[in-house]
Design a protein around this ligand. Structure first.
Ligand code: PHE
Length: 368
């Protein structure tokens, strides 16, 4: 829009002013008489009250400000009247409002349902992992973590798997490529269990230690209904003076009852791990049949759930290289490790481990 200017005023006596303002008022009325659409109202608004090019602004800057001081009051009063008139006209025009047809076209049906956002929920693995951790946290255990890409030393050697020891073969290891230039101890691999964090913890702090270590582990296993090359474990380590196998049994019996219900019984079977001596597999009474025998427990009434044992003195000897207080003559301890997927599958009656990783909302939604 071009700037529409009112003529400059040459005299400021009442008569001249009345005439000049009357002409403007007439113009405003004429303009307002033909406002038949929202666009026209908007054009009127801009033309008269626009900040830069509006006529009111023009009058204010050229008549009001140019007025000699004795005429300023009378110009101001008339300007105010004009301004009120324009605003009144504008209000009237806007008030007459859009037509029913325009309204109908723009209407929103507020009775339509809104967009519903899905509520987030913990993944069943995270949930089970947190639940296991909190059982031990309530017993005074702290929580630790360690790297998933681990050295041969922490994953194997310091856990008392000597180089070339056949027990290494029981944990089908995924190794990182191009490590041949490094010494065996420094070679990188994907940790096959959370046990290396036992050593990392002991190297950092002298006894006593009570810690649980949740985390992801990797094995070169073919995927099937119950195996996945990536899964989760919760490791436990307790080291202090006079820790005995009874402490281990009591702790794990309590933990299994806390996780699966107080009716659950536990039993310990001799087993082997290089880093514990003696070692045991823990079985719980079948939570599906209560121990009577069913398909899930292969009619034995028992289900094997985790590995554990008393920390092998050879492991303490590795820890003592950095922390001499790990003297097996003065301290003792136990360790355990459990698979999170396996526990989650039992708790929630899931028969395919792959369900955890498929990202199928029909499955995951059941945990929301
Ligand atoms: N690290 C063992 C495994 O992955 C489990 C375990 C941990 C056993 C601690 C005993 C003590 O099979």
């Amino acid at each position: 829009m071009t700037n529409e200017e009112s003529p400059n005023l040459s005299s400021f006596d009442d008569e001249s002013l009345n005439k000049a303002f009357a002409a403007l008022e007439q113009q405003a009325r004429d303009d307002a008489s033909s406002l038949d659409s929202p666009d026209a109202v908007e054009a009127f608004r801009l033309r008269w009250t626009g900040r830069k090019q509006g006529r009111l602004n023009d009058v204010s800057s050229r008549w009001l400000k140019a007025a000699p001081s004795e005429a300023r009051k009378s110009v101001g009063e008339r300007f105010k009247t004009l301004k009120d008139l324009v605003e009144g006209l504008l209000e009237q025009a806007a008030g007459s409002g859009p037509t029913d047809a325009t309204l109908a076209a723009e209407a929103i049906d507020i009775t339509l349902p809104g967009t519903r956002r899905l509520t987030g929920a913990e993944h069943p693995i995270t949930r089970t992992l947190n639940e296991i951790v909190s059982v031990f946290a309530a017993l005074g255990y702290s929580v630790g973590v360690g790297p998933e890409v681990e050295t041969d030393y922490y994953n194997f050697e310091s856990m008392n798997f000597p180089p070339g020891h056949p027990a290494r073969d029981t944990q089908d290891t995924l190794v990182i490529a191009n490590q041949e230039k490094r010494g065996l101890r420094e070679r990188l691999l994907l940790r096959t269990h959370t046990s290396p964090v036992q050593m990392r913890t002991m190297e950092r702090q002298p006894p006593p230690v009570r810690i649980v270590i949740p985390g992801k582990v990797h094995r070169n296993d073919a995927a099937d209904a119950t195996h996945s090359p990536i899964f989760h474990q919760v490791e436990g380590l307790c080291v202090d003076t006079n820790i005995t196998f009874s402490d281990l049994k009591g702790t794990l019996d309590h933990a299994m009852k806390a996780l699966f219900g107080s009716a659950v019984k536990t039993r310990f079977f001799p087993s082997f791990f290089p880093f514990t001596e003696p070692s045991a597999d823990v079985q719980i009474s079948c939570i599906f049949c209560g121990g009577k025998g069913c398909r899930k427990c292969k009619n034995s009434g028992w289900i094997e759930l985790l590995g554990c044992g008393m920390v092998d003195p050879a492991v303490f000897a590795f820890a003592a290289e950095k922390q001499p207080a790990y003297d097996p003559k003065k301290i003792s301890g136990f360790a355990f490790g459990m698979g999170v997927e396996r526990i989650a599958m039992m708790k929630y009656g899931i028969s395919e481990i792959g369900q955890f990783y498929a990202g199928d909302m029909r499955f995951l939604g059941q945990f929301a």
